[in-house]
Every structure is written in structure tokens, then in C-alpha cells.
Design a protein around this ligand. Structure first.
Ligand code: IPE
Ligand code: IPE
Ligand code: MG
Length: 226
């Protein structure tokens, strides 16, 4: 098999372990979130360098709203600031930025920032960077089912928030947890999974490349016989 076929088109990451990373250093959990932004930068760069076309990141789940207010507020503020900071990098590297999730739960300020960044990077095509915010797989399936019924259609996929984007070939989860935590339940039906003990703030370029090397060794059969 030639090398390009061994490269996942869409890599998705459940970025976990920020709180533990901070705790190990005797710091507040939010400190881990700040450092996690550096890993987002590193992995985005690595995706561009390796030729991955879609990188998606699970940044905040519907269930994460249940965390203490202070942590939720800091995370939302961090999303807003990071997005503002990244515009020049996105344009320079031809990166299209997309946010998917239950946008109705986000603040007007954050939604305006997201709309602006999505519009400004809409014609970029080297890498599509998808950030899942206020997302859960069950919520996605439910909202799609409602729309499907309303439209009298019989295919769910066009109504999922991920419509138009390829399913993730490879789902990475950091921090040693081996679960989906309500991430891409439908879209992950045939994804390859990769679990690493590395905490998200320590997951940088080398770790990303190592994960891709493991993907290249996988044999995907989709229920068929080869
Ligand atoms: C991942 O790190 C970031 C989010 C879920 C927002 P955590 O905050 O879950 O860190 P741990 O899992 O408690 O270490
Ligand atoms: C999953 O991490 C959600 C994100 C990475 C955004 P969590 O830390 O919320 O998941 P659980 O609680 O360990 O399952
Ligand atoms: Mg966690």
C-alpha cells in the first residue's frame, strides 16, 4: 500500500488530561488548559506538515457544562482569546477553521468571534481544523433525527452537524482514559482508536507523528474479507 493511503484523511483528538497535568505540578486545573493550547498549536502544525486534511479536536462536551462555573468561564474565555490570536497563523498556513456543536449554548460574544473566524478562513483549504464545542454524540444524533423527521427524509447523515465532512479515520485519546465520553458516536462507527497515557499538555509533534505511524500499521476491513 502506498504511503498516502496509510495517512488518515481525518484525525480526531479527545484532548484529555489537562487537570491532572496541572495537579501533578501543584497548580490549578486551568493552568493545564492554558498549556493545552500549546498542544493544539503543535498538533495543528504537525497536521499541516504531515498532510492530514482534517484535524478535529474535542474541546468541550455538553457534559462539561456541569463543571464549576469558574472552570467553565475560564475555558470559554480561553477559547475566545485563542481564536483571536490564531487568525494570522490560520491565514498563513491556509487553515480553514470550523466550530461544530450546540452553538446555542455559547455566549453571543463567543459565537460572534467564531462566525468571524469561520468567515475569514472559509476559503482556506490546506487543512480544515474543526473544534467541537458544547458537543455530544447523542445530542448530535437527536438534533439530526428531529430535522430528518421534519424534512420527511430517511437518511440521518445530512442532518448531523458534521455533514459534508469525512468521518474520522483515526480517533486519538490522551491521558490514559479508554472511552468515547459521548464523542462522535455515529461518525466513529469505523474509526481506528488510539489511546495514549500522555496527558494532553504533553502531547506535541513527536507524539502526533508516533500516533500516525501506528495508524499506518492498522488494517481496516469495514466488515469485509480481504
Ligand atoms: C481535558 O482535560 C479538557 C476538557 C475536557 C475541557 P480535563 O479538564 O478533562 O483534565 P482531567 O481529565 O481532569 O485531567
Ligand atoms: C472528554 O473529556 C471531553 C473532552 C475532552 C472535551 P472528559 O474529561 O470530560 O471525559 P470524562 O469525564 O473523563 O469521561
Ligand atoms: Mg478529563
Amino acid at each position: 500500500m502506498e504511503e498516502t493511503r496509510r495517512l488518515p484523511v481525518h484525525v480526531s483528538i479527545i484532548m484529555d488530561g489537562n487537570g491532572r497535568w496541572a495537579k501533578e505540578r501543584g497548580k490549578e486545573r486551568v493552568y493545564g488548559h492554558f498549556e493545552g493550547v500549546e498542544s493544539v498549536r503543535a498538533c495543528t502544525e504537525a497536521a499541516v506538515e504531515t498532510g492530514v486534511k482534517y484535524l478535529s479536536l474535542f474541546a468541550f462536551s455538553e457534559e462539561n457544562w456541569g463543571r464549576p462555573d469558574q472552570e467553565v468561564n475560564t475555558l470559554m474565555e480561553l477559547m475566545f482569546k485563542s481564536m483571536q490570536n490564531e487568525l494570522p497563523t490560520f491565514l498563513k498556513n491556509d487553515i480553514r477553521f470550523v466550530v461544530l456543536g450546540n452553538r446555542a449554548r455559547l455566549s453571543d460574544k463567543l459565537n460572534a468571534g467564531i462566525d468571524d473566524l469561520m468567515a475569514r478562513t472559509a476559503s482556506c483549504s490546506r487543512l480544515t481544523l474543526i473544534v467541537f464545542l458544547s458537543y455530544s454524540g447523542k445530542w448530535d444524533i437527536l438534533q439530526a433525527a428531529r430535522k430528518m423527521a421534519e424534512a420527511g427524509a430517511d437518511d440521518l447523515e445530512p442532518f448531523l452537524v458534521t455533514a459534508g465532512f469525512p468521518d474520522p479515520d483515526f480517533i486519538i485519546r490522551t491521558s490514559g482514559e479508554q472511552r468515547l465520553s459521548n464523542f462522535l458516536l455515529w461518525q466513529g462507527a469505523y474509526s481506528e482508536f488510539y489511546f495514549t497515557d500522555i496527558l494532553w499538555p504533553d502531547f506535541r509533534k513527536d507524539a502526533f507523528r508516533e500516533a500516525l505511524a501506528e495508524y499506518a500499521r492498522r488494517d481496516r476491513r469495514y466488515g469485509k474479507v480481504k
